[in-house]
Design a protein around this ligand. Structure first.
Ligand code: GLP
Length: 259
């Protein structure tokens, strides 16, 4: 894992955008997109580069991490809608090639299995953006999730429903169940890029990066992955024991080596 500590959230956004840009400019690429507030600045930066610097997404396709069960795609809080309003509508990524789980499927288990097959059929995800929940979840893999899980239905933790209430009318409006890529599915992506800012994420980041590998902190599964970049601001780095080492390693990173 490479831990990249940036002084500000804006620099986190531009570093994450640099990584995505490298893949997109390399030709046909499969992006793994996350929702939630953490990647929004990165999406805005990518959209700016599309407008101002000729960053062209026409050859790319994308898969979403997760979706609320029971929410129609027309609901503005469905991740199907959110990824369009926050990102896809602002670049030339073909919306028909942005795949997401159907929260209204009459057979959610078949929907989940089919989603994993679709990712496999295109050769897998090249670069997967991730946020992290305050309880250490990635996608919607709550604590206790099998570290090798595949896409499936999960029940949200009360803490996650409270955290996400800000996107809905109130906590009672947050769905209880979701479809999410499993931890094993996520780890099939060739490069994981985690984005986190703010002191509210400091404990989860420390547990994910420096804590034991454990289903208690689902994001700790990243410790098993061969190519992970964790891009965080100083506030989100506040609880890292080895923060000085990560800064030192970044300062002395060979110029030929990319993230
Ligand atoms: C949400 C999403 C995750 C996201 C996380 C953190 O519930 N399912 O994909 O990374 O929780 O969200 P935020 O970035 O808004 O803090």
């Amino acid at each position: 894992m490479e831990i990249v500590i940036r002084p500000t959230a804006a620099e986190v956004d531009s570093t994450a955008a640099d990584i995505v840009e490298r893949y997109v400019r390399s030709g046909a690429t499969t992006l793994g997109l996350a929702t939630g507030s953490s990647p929004i600045g990165t999406y805005r930066e990518l959209a700016r580069r599309h407008r101002d610097a000729g960053l062209d997404f026409a050859a790319a396709q994308a898969f979403l991490l997760d979706e609320y069960l029971g929410l129609p795609r027309t609901d503005p809080q469905s991740y199907y809608s959110v990824i369009r309003s926050e990102f896809v509508d602002h670049v030339d990524l073909d919306p028909a090639r942005v795949w997401s789980l159907d929260g209204e499927s009459s057979d959610p288990e078949a929907e989940a299995d089919g989603f994993d097959s679709s990712i496999g059929a295109v050769g897998g995800v090249d670069v997967q953006l991730l946020g992290i929940g305050t309880d250490g979840h990635i996608g919607f893999n709550e604590p206790g999730s099998s570290l090798t899980s595949r896409t499936r239905v999960k029940t949200l933790a009360a803490q996650t429903r409270r955290d996400n209430a800000r996107f809905f009318g109130g906590v009672d409006d947050v769905p209880h169940q979701v479809l999410t890529q499993g931890l094993g599915t996520i780890c099939d992506a060739r490069h994981l890029v985690m984005i986190a800012t703010g002191v509210g994420k400091a404990a989860a980041i420390a547990a994910a990066v420096e804590g034991p590998l454990s289903a208690f902190c689902p994001a700790s599964v990243m410790q098993l992955h061969p190519h992970v970049t964790v891009v965080i601001d100083e506030a989100a780095a506040a609880s890292l024991a080895l923060a000085d080492y990560y800064r030192y390693a970044l300062e002395h990173k060979p110029s030929w080596q990319s993230f």
